[in-house]
Design a protein around this ligand. Structure first.
Ligand SMILES: Cc1cc2nc3c(=O)[nH]c(=O)nc-3n(C[C@H](O)[C@H](O)[C@H](O)COP(=O)(O)OP(=O)(O)OC[C@H]3O[C@@H](n4cnc5c(N)ncnc54)[C@H](O)[C@@H]3O)c2cc1C
Length: 548
């Protein structure tokens, strides 16, 4: 049963309070709800708006764990990837990758082949030949290098924002109370244990106190900010914030059609892959200083990514004009003193996660959980729940056939075609609904079936319909235009998006949501501010010194 979202007052008392509605916090809420505990999930901005929506969006099986010999973590990541492919098949799909090495690479042919063989064996992933892609890359990569190209398979979740929305629906269906735009401002402790949290509602400005037995700090890069709210006498820093930036390029002739793992000319690892109709190039890794909410790529990072892509694909003549936008995320890595701003081993550390118990620091009942990846979020949640004494009731499913992508595609198209014949809703719109709403797609279609307003596309030229925006608000806790267009129905992440589209989308969504002119104007203003801060493009890259 799905629950309507009603933004009422917060409960006075719950058993478990989770701070942070990224993939880790939402996974934990879903896990705890299985144990029939009263759970409150609090998010200061929107669910999935933190690091989760600023990541590379690859569902990693943990190939890089082989570098550090962390076989346990590798197995866990592979299991996590398999579970996501099986349970979220509308959002997560296999993606063929190629590792390209040349004389400057860190690893020999034998090492690379052995690692990929082991990876395939442990992950029970079939060997991919990718002959066409290899041929195409041989033609388009820099011919002055002698490339060796090795295929393997990963997976991709193009929209982790939707993964969070799906898991949130699961959690709320089992009784979790979830509230976004609700910031925890203080954690009260006394007699050596947590007592409650003070929450400010970001929409009404009201403060409330919620008494709680457990406080789980799942605040990602904000972990230490939240930890300090508990005013613990002996606690020390837990997290280093490492900023990584990505660049979105317009696709060019000869661009990889799958993922490409390669080293940039200066030896740093670089990943390129198709995303949302563009080519994503990433990423950098520098210690982040300053406001975590305002992390954005520097001009130097953009110049480095653009320059690396341009030198790998010289025939494409990539210039600053090919950049659509960039974004940066801050990775919460376990704190340690670093020798320099630029750490070469970030990618190995990236898959690790930590659960820290604050019981000995004067806060029995408080845990901080952070790190890991999309792939490990569910297992991190399970481990955290076990520390809390909760037994997992989630069932493991059957192994997934990763060659099934074409079957999945044709089932989806058949479904969309049937919906079109039965309802008159265009097939492309039905398909778009299924891709993002999975098992709830039919209820979105039912809502749109007899209502011309709800079956209208949100913007011309994109298939998503107004009913999806209404679904986002009624069931998925979306409150603002940004929540809708950047995360629940994330069409504003497309390369065609502009201010005109924002105005058109708002004009079509507003009547369905009962927004008046004043509210609509305010929403547009706030949305444009959020979009330009997130999807960042410096005004004049050439003048800023980016020559590529
Ligand atoms: C650049 C980059 C690339 C990455 N690439 C990948 C990848 O390809 N694949 C992969 O699997 N993983 C990747 N990761 C890792 C992955 O993104 C993270 O592991 C994951 O998103 C962490 O989720 P989280 O829930 O811990 O943090 P977040 O998503 O940041 O969630 C924490 C939430 O806590 C909220 N919060 C903070 N303070 C408060 C408060 N006081 N009250 C209420 N709420 C609060 C924040 O608003 C935020 O939404 C990448 C990370 C980065 C930075």
């Amino acid at each position: 049963m799905r629950a309507f979202f009603v933004r009422g007052s917060l409960p006075e008392r719950v058993e478990i309070t989770i701070i942070g509605g990224g993939v880790n916090g939402v996974a934990l809420a879903r896990e705890c709800a299985q144990s029939h505990k009263s759970v409150l999930l609090l998010e200061k901005d929107d669910f999935g708006s933190g690091t989760t929506s600023r990541c590379s969006r690859i569902v990693q099986g943990g190939l890089r764990c082989l570098e550090s010999g962390e076989i346990g973590m590798l197995r866990e990541s592979l299991r996590g990837r398999e579970a996501l492919l099986r349970e979220q098949s509308h959002l997560v799909h296999p993606l063929d990758f190629i590792i390209a090495t040349d004389a400057r690479s860190r690893y020999s042919t034998l090492e690379t082949r052995t690692a990929l063989w082991l990876y395939r064996r442990l992950g029970r992933v079939p060997r991919t030949s990718a002959e066409g892609e290899i041929e195409s890359l041989r033609r388009s990569l820099d011919v002055s290098q002698r490339w060796a190209l090795y295929p393997f398979q990963e997976a991709q979740c193009e929209f982790p924002e939707r993964l969070v929305a799906d898991w949130l629906l699961d959690a709320c269906a089992t009784g979790v109370i979830a509230r976004n735009h609700a910031e925890v401002r203080a954690i009260q402790t006394s007699e050596g244990r947590v007592q409650g949290v003070l929450v400010r509602d970001g929409i009404t400005g009201e403060d409330s106190y919620v008494a709680t037995e457990w406080v789980i700090n799942a605040a990602g890069p904000w972990t230490d900010v939240v930890r300090e709210m508990a005013d613990l006498a002996t606690s020390s820093r837990l997290v280093s914030g490492v900023r990584s930036s990505h660049l979105m390029l317009r696709r060019f002739s000869g661009a990889p059609t799958g993922g490409l793992l390669v080293h940039s000319p200066d030896g740093r690892p670089l990943t390129l892959f198709p995303w949302n109709g563009m080519l994503q190039v990433g990423s950098t890794g520098v210690l982040h200083r300053g406001d975590l909410s305002l992390a954005e790529p520097t001009v130097e990072e953009i110049a480095y990514l653009l320059g690396s892509a341009a030198s790998l694909f010289p025939k494409a003549r990539i210039t600053a004009d090919d950049m659509v936008f960039s974004y940066a995320g801050v990775r919460p890595l376990a704190y340690r003193k670093r020798k320099s701003e630029l750490e070469p081993d970030l990618d190995v550390a990236a898959s690790r996660y930590v659960v820290h118990n604050h019981a000995d620091e004067g806060a029995l009942g408080m845990l901080s959980m952070f790190g890991g990846t999309l792939t490990t979020a569910a297992s991190l949640a399970r481990k955290t729940a076990l520390i809390m004494g909760l037994q997992s009731r989630r069932q493991a499913g059957a192994p997934v056939d990763t060659e099934d992508k074409s079957k999945m595609e044709s089932t989806l198209q058949q479904w969309a075609s049937t919906v079109h014949l039965a309802t008159g809703i265009p097939q492309a719109s039905a398909e778009a609904v299924a891709r993002w709403h999975g098992r709830y797609a039919m209820s979105v279609i039912q809502a749109a079936r007899h209502d011309p307003v709800l079956r209208t596309v949100i913007v011309d030229g994109q298939p998503q319909i107004v009913a999806q925006a209404v679904e986002a608000v009624v069931y998925e806790h979306a409150v603002t235009l940004g929540d809708i267009l950047l995360r629940r129905v994330p069409i504003a992440l497309s390369q065609e998006w502009n201010e005109y589209r924002t105005a058109q989308a708002a004009a079509r969504i507003a009547p369905a949501l009962g927004w008046n002119e004043h509210r609509t104007g305010k929403e547009i203003e706030a949305f444009e501010k959020e979009r330009s801060q997130f999807l960042f493009k410096p005004k004049d890259l050439r003048r800023a010194g980016v020559a590529a």
